[in-house]
Write a protein that binds this ligand. Structure first.
Ligand code: NAG
Ligand code: NAG
Length: 342
């Protein structure tokens, strides 16, 4: 469950910047899968493994792959006893998609095959936000039925819940007919997907002023921090800056973005992450445990200025940097950060 903010041109020059605050504490670690690692035991159903899968990095039900695709679960309910969970779908879509459009297709094929569609009342409901460098989809799913809105410009913000109403750019086959069969739609007016399933529309307000120009990763960090002022507890935060030249993914790996720093990750041929962001037996990551000892009033300013210089350095550097220097970027940053908490 999360809230998502996304900025397209003209507020940025090119590409997409997307940020997410996550509310759920499930799967508390940052996981990294190399290309061809394949899936992965699913939580409930085993899926035949595919070869030639993409590499991806995941924190909870939100992650990014080496094809510059980012996916977040906005909402998930009724974890299915059979069928695929939101986490399974996120992982499978990341390992199998080289565009946002393809991810929508992968998810729709999987739910069609593995989700049950008995009655709408007991079908799982999911909302995903999927984006690549040129477009995003908000995809809302009930059982095997789904609808998606495509976004290519401006700024949007979504909370946990459904968001697809009457602008439906992609949908499951014969959606209207199937809804008529179960008496959820009579065809007398335009189909409003959220309304059909009595879901409130979770489009939310931009925390401060909506961005108009010169938007940046740093500004997205501030958006997530401002939004945390009026949200429930935030488990972790994540920002993707997706550009033609390079994609940089920023993780906090710790709760509350106001007292956390964003650390960068870039896909390289030999990327590695830190054991400090992996779960230990006590079901906590060392990073998170050490972060609990923070004396933010003493170290906060310093850590934020380090974050700022990291952003500046990345901006100037990644496009020409030899990739082996970036293999351990996230790891180095996490290891530097925890020194402030000891
Ligand atoms: C992301 O990982 C961090 C630790 O690495 C953890 O504290 C946080 O809860 C995770 N978030 C989710 C949604 O799993
Ligand atoms: C669609 O339905 C929701 C209620 O679920 C409502 O808030 C929204 O205004 C409707 N949108 C349109 C475009 O009719």
């Amino acid at each position: 469950m999360s809230e998502v903010f996304v900025v397209f041109p003209p507020a940025i020059n090119n590409g997409v910047i997307y940020g997410r605050n996550s509310f759920s504490f499930c799967c508390k670690e940052i996981l990294f899968f190399s290309p061809n690692d394949g899936t992965v035991k699913c939580q409930s159903t085993d899926i035949p493994k595919e070869s030639n899968t993409f590499g991806y990095i995941l924190n909870g039900t939100c992650g990014a792959n080496d094809q510059k695709i980012s996916i977040s679960t906005l909402f998930a309910d009724n974890k299915p006893a059979e069928g695929l969970s939101a986490l399974d779908l996120t992982k499978l879509a990341l390992e199998r998609s080289d565009s946002a459009e393809k991810a929508v297709e992968v998810i729709s094929t999987l739910i069609d095959k593995y989700n049950k569609d008995e009655s709408v009342d007991i079908s799982p409901k999911y909302a995903f936000f999927i984006c690549d460098i040129k477009e995003a989809y908000v995809m809302n799913i009930v059982g095997k039925l789904w609808a998606a809105e495509r976004i290519t410009e401006g700024c949007r913000a979504f909370g946990k819940g459904f968001a697809v109403t009457t602008k439906i750019d992609k949908k499951s086959q014969e959606l209207e007919d199937k809804l008529k069969e179960i008496a959820l739609f009579d065809g007398s007016s335009e189909l409003n997907f959220s309304q059909t399933f009595s879901m409130e529309v979770a489009e939310i307000k931009w925390p401060n002023d909506e961005p108009v120009s010169g938007f940046s990763a740093q500004k997205m960090f501030e958006v997530l921090r401002s939004s945390a002022e009026c949200s429930e507890t935030i488990a972790s935060s994540f920002v993707s800056v997706l550009k033609e030249s390079v994609a940089v993914h920023w993780f906090t790996g710790t709760p509350d973005p106001r007292e956390s720093v964003f650390k960068p990750f870039i896909f390289t041929n030999d990327a590695r992450i830190s054991t400090l962001t992996a779960l230990k037996e006590d079901d906590e990551t060392p990073l998170r445990k050490l972060h609990e000892n923070r004396k933010w009033d003493q170290v906060g300013e310093l850590l934020k200025s380090l974050e700022k210089s990291c952003v500046d350095e990345i901006d100037g550097y990644v496009e020409n940097a030899p990739t082996d220097e970036l293999n351990e970027l996230l790891k180095d940053c996490v290891e530097a950060e925890v020194k402030f908490y000891r």
